[in-house]
Ligand binder design. Structure first.
Ligand code: URA
Length: 241
């Protein structure tokens, strides 16, 4: 199948994984806003397979999360503007392209989002890093931010909110909401694996915010884990299980 791009959605349909293909079609029909871009490069899919394996060690899991996050940057930054400048090669003068100084910010959602930061910074080393931490209020069940520290010029930066698992969408919705309240304007969400439920909830809350994911999985289970997913990303990153 040809990847199809255009309109609000840009899906690369996955022929191997039937639920991904099915979910992409459902999402196209049902969500009302921003694009969901599924990055299905063979290297990403290979490494995601290793991440899903429960036998993968915590150290390998950490390395792989960074690697997949880094590979995703390639697509997430595809639209960045370039400018032409003149330089001299050892042979002669020539014109080359350089990034036109667009300021970036990476904002991991604590704690699992931390696992993606270094991989992203390897590709965009001048990005500033903000942090946002959320907990669920036991009475209201709403996510409350217990920590939020963003670059002071956040309104001038293009912002990548990173959280490996987009499950119910609750924390991603809240994180992006807090960043908008603090002046954030151009925001994308970058996750490794998403559940269709999380994508729908997120697009409904933030219709203008694009989502970049490496895979769209089948569904959430009764404990709100993504199926088949990879388990608890935070526990696997930090060896806390
Ligand atoms: N958070 C995780 O770490 N894993 C899931 O499957 C869902 C939320």
């Amino acid at each position: 199948d040809e990847p199809f791009e255009g309109g609000r959605h840009s899906f690369r349909l996955d022929k191997i994984s039937a639920y991904e293909e099915e979910n992409c079609k459902k999402l196209e029909a049902s969500s009302g806003g921003g694009r969901t871009v599924v990055i299905d490069h063979p290297l990403v899919r290979h490494k995601l397979g290793l991440l899903r394996n429960k036998e993968t060690s915590s150290k390998d899991f950490r390395d792989l999360v960074q690697e997949v996050a880094g590979l995703m940057v390639y697509e997430v930054t595809r639209h960045l503007p370039l400018e032409e400048t003149e330089i001299e090669t050892p042979i002669e003068k020539t014109r080359v392209f350089t990034l036109s100084g667009k300021k970036l910010a990476v904002v991991p959602v604590l704690r699992a989002g931390l696992g993606m930061v270094e991989g992203i910074l390897k590709l965009v080393p001048n990005a500033k890093v903000g942090h946002i931490g959320l907990y669920r209020d036991p009475k209201t069940l709403k996510p409350v931010d217990y920590y939020c520290k963003l670059p002071c010029d956040i309104s001038e930066r293009e912002i990548f909110v990173v959280d490996p698992m987009l499950a119910t969408g609750g924390s991603a919705v809240a994180a992006v909401g807090h960043i908008i309240e603090r002046g954030g304007k151009k925001i994308s969400l970058v996750s490794l694996i998403a559940a269709p439920e999380g994508i729908a909830t997120f697009h409904e809350a933030h219709p203008d915010v694009d989502i970049f994911v490496a895979a769209v999985d089948s569904h959430l289970n009764e404990h709100c884990y993504i199926v088949p997913g990879l388990g608890d990303a935070g526990d696997r990153l930090f060896g806390t299980k």
